[in-house]
Write a protein that binds this ligand. Structure first.
Ligand SMILES: Cc1cc2nc3c(=O)[nH]c(=O)nc-3n(C[C@H](O)[C@H](O)[C@H](O)COP(=O)(O)OP(=O)(O)OC[C@H]3O[C@@H](n4cnc5c(N)ncnc54)[C@H](O)[C@@H]3O)c2cc1C
Length: 399
């Protein structure tokens, strides 16, 4: 009948960075784990992102954000330095450009508040910043330097998490799409294009596709796919060392919350209208300088919008003038999982026995995914939620 039964304790749906990290930590806890992935390991957002890692320290009273950013940083270090995987991981620091007086006042307030709360952030003049990152423009009003931030190659990294999970005893089946699921005899029965599977516990780690998994069990998981698009130059010798961003979007979103508009917060567009310019980029080890930033709500559509690439290149060139002479060699895109309030969804699925979800990491899920996978694995293994997970409870959307 084409029916296949695998007796895994836990089935994780999705082999992006979140699912692979969850599988690694579940397997290391001695739990038999099977990952079902409709495409390839790292075939979606986790393999095509910019590769920037966040974090400004643990601060005086760490919240979920610190557990995700700094917790993930520890896992990146462990995978590369202890387990020996080449992630192209570097704790390179990051520079966020300040374009005008209004942004400067906001950035200064943010840095002072951050420092008072124990975070490692520094407001630098352009002159000081250029001494650390020589290609930065002196025409900016200044830069926020964040020394804990880093970078890694997304494809190498996510595949390494998959390999490490397999090494620890997990199984990953690619080309296997979960199409339906239902509870059966205190277990879950999953239907796929390759037959059915059963497990005691299921973890949803399906990124932008999480809502459709929720629909299979009658649960609303308010995640929208948000397209992000990027471009790269041809390879060139090392010129850019940290990750590079801009304060423009952060300042705009601080003044315009766009809450309750029927789409997630912190997007660059409303329909086809541009609201702000967002920017992130770095130079890969292979030499290409890569940048992206736009976040548009256009459904499961990965078509690149060319004028957005031009705006993004203009923005990047204001900060790194060397880009003016470097043509765009390639472009690509991917779908980010944004929740309707912009915050992660990590925890138990209410009213469903042994069903868990880890998603909603939005535009910073590469840097925060390893921590999210570890927190959900810990909850599944011990049955007790880490206190910070009250912030990411799916139940907050019920009303
Ligand atoms: C252009 C771009 C730039 C970005 N830049 C950064 C950055 O610099 N730093 C950063 O931290 N983050 C960045 N992000 C965001 C980051 O990539 C995502 O937040 C993160 O990869 C999400 O990981 P995930 O595991 O939740 O989802 P995904 O990587 O999308 O993985 C989910 C997996 O689930 C699988 N799946 C879905 N449905 C099913 C099903 N029914 N059955 C089986 N499998 C299924 C999918 O095929 C997919 O492989 C960027 C994203 C984009 C698109």
């Amino acid at each position: 009948m084409g029916t296949q039964k695998l007796n895994a304790d836990v089935i994780v749906i999705g082999a992006g960075i979140v699912g692979c990290s969850a599988a690694l930590h579940l397997a290391e806890a001695g739990i038999s784990t099977l990952v079902l992935e409709k495409g390839e390991i790292s075939g979606e957002a986790s393999g095509v992102n910019m590769g920037g890692l966040g974090g400004a320290g643990w601060g005086k009273s760490p919240s979920l954000q610190e557990h995700l950013t700094m917790g993930s940083l520890d896992i990146f270090k462990r995978l590369q330095n202890e387990l020996g995987y080449d992630l192209e991981f570097r704790q390179s620091g990051s520079f966020t450009a300040i374009h005008n007086e209004a942004q400067y006042a906001y950035a200064k307030k943010q840095v002072l508040e951050g420092q008072n709360n124990g975070f490692n952030l520094e407001l630098m003049s352009s002159y000081e910043a250029k001494a650390l990152e020589p290609e930065l423009s002196l025409d900016m009003l200044g830069y926020v330097y964040s020394r804990f931030r880093g970078q890694a190659d997304p494809l190498k990294t996510t595949r390494a998490f998959g390999q490490a999970a397999i090494q620890a005893g997990a199984t990953i089946e690619t080309g296997t799409e979960v199409t339906a699921m239902k509870p059966q005899n205190k277990a879950w029965k999953l239907e796929t294009n390759k037959g059915s599977y059963e497990s005691g516990v299921v973890v949803f780690a399906a990124g932008a596709w999480s809502k459709s998994l929720g629909n299979m069990v009658g649960v609303e998981i308010p995640i929208e796919p948000i397209i992000g698009q990027m471009w790269a130059t041809e390879p060139l010798p090392p010129r850019v060392f940290g990750t590079i961003g801009s304060f423009e979007s952060r300042f705009h979103w601080s003044e315009n919350l766009y809450a309750g508009m029927g789409y997630p917060p912190e997007l660059t567009h409303s329909g086809s209208q541009r609201l702000t310019r967002h920017l992130y980029g770095r130079q890969r080890k292979s030499g290409e300088i890569i940048f992206g930033g736009d976040r548009r709500n256009v459904g499961f559509n990965k078509t690149i919008e060319g004028s957005g690439i031009d705006v993004n290149k203009g923005h990047a060139t204001e900060i790194l003038p060397l880009l003016i002479d470097l043509p765009i060699a390639t472009t690509w895109s991917g779908l980010m999982p944004f929740s309707m309030d912009g915050n992660p969804i990590i925890g138990r699925v209410p009213h469903n026995e042994n069903l868990f979800v880890a998603t909603g990491l939005a535009s910073s899920g590469f840097g925060r995914g390893p921590g999210a996978g570890m927190l959900i694995a810990d909850l599944v293994a011990k049955g007790i939620a880490h206190p910070v997970l009250h912030e990411s409870d799916l139940a907050r959307f019920a009303n």
